[in-house]
Design a protein. Structure first.
Length: 291
């Protein structure tokens, strides 16, 4: 529950070094034992179910996940210089997560240094590169709901401005001179993207270790964060969550939104979704009140 190793040393009458080793071994074992069941490789049916969940809960079609990155505060690592020092002026490691509509982690990438951008981390093999090379088992394109005569759209991931726009990764329009259609698109995308923010909040509220800087080595930090992600999934699947937890402001810090290039095909996909959200096929009755 966020106790320090010093307090555990007094509580259990064990040496502090011994407590550290026990926690380290326990975190590694939790990850190795549960990763296959709580964060397994997905099949086409799994992705279709994820998309159906997103549409039912957020009314964003063909969405298989929300992606975001968060800084996890750590104490200054020895002899690290400014490597772990981020743009918010504290030391951190990076947690990049892809989350489903039930606030569970689909995939995580843990351990990038604080000065890294989430866009660059996303390009690593675990998530982004597999997405680009079609190694995630994602189904082919299909029409959007009630739009049978329209274009077939690929299944997409939603993110914020820090991610590069592409055919399979959608981000908001820049907040400059937006039309009503573009503002509605941004609102609809934000409703889907908030799932990943809520997941971070639920995890930090449950595992209070994130309420203070982690006072261990960066490698140990990686094990702690991965163990918490796996336990987060396990607890949610078995016990659910408290609604107020989804509104919790965690001690995680948002990633800096860096300039990333958008490709032309991605712009066409985003424009098609924006048009769909203001059509009779894809509009929801309350969206105009929100913009």
């Amino acid at each position: 529950m966020g106790n320090s190793f010093a307090s555990l040393h007094f509580e259990y009458l064990l040496g502090e070094t011994t407590v550290r080793e026990i926690v380290k071994d326990c975190c590694s074992s939790i990850w190795n034992c549960l990763k296959e069941t709580e964060m397994p490789e997905k099949t086409e049916n799994h992705w279709v179910n994820k998309a159906n969940d997103f549409y039912q809960r957020t009314q964003f079609p063909n969405c298989i996940g929300a992606v975001d990155g968060k800084h996890v505060r750590i104490q200054v690592p020895a002899d690290s210089g400014s490597l772990f020092y981020n743009y918010k002026h504290f030391f951190s490691i990076l947690l990049l997560a892809l989350v489903d509509a039930n606030y569970c982690f689909i995939a995580v990438d843990v351990g990038a240094v604080g000065k890294s951008s989430d866009s660059n981390v996303f390009k690593k093999p675990n998530i982004g590169r597999k997405l680009e090379s079609n190694q995630l088992g994602i189904p082919g394109s299909k029409p959007l709901p009630n739009d049978e005569n329209g274009k077939c759209m690929l299944f997409v991931i939603v993110g914020d401005e820090a991610f590069a726009l592409s055919e399979q990764v959608l981000r908001p329009y820049p907040n400059r001179n937006l039309s009503v259609q573009q503002r509605i698109y941004n609102y609809r995308l934000t409703r889907a993207r908030r799932m990943v923010e809520c997941a971070f909040g639920i995890m930090a509220n449950k595992w209070r270790i994130f309420h203070r800087p982690l006072d261990v080595t960066p490698q140990f930090c990686d094990s702690i964060v991965k163990a918490c992600c796996i336990l987060h999934n396990f607890v949610l699947r078995n016990h659910g969550f408290q609604l107020e937890d989804t509104l919790y402001e965690s001690n995680f810090e948002s990633i800096q939104a860096t300039g990333t290039r958008a490709n032309i095909k991605g712009k066409h996909v985003r424009d098609y979704f924006a048009k769909y959200f203001t059509s009779p096929h894809g509009a929801v009755p309350w969206q105009y009140d929100k913009v």
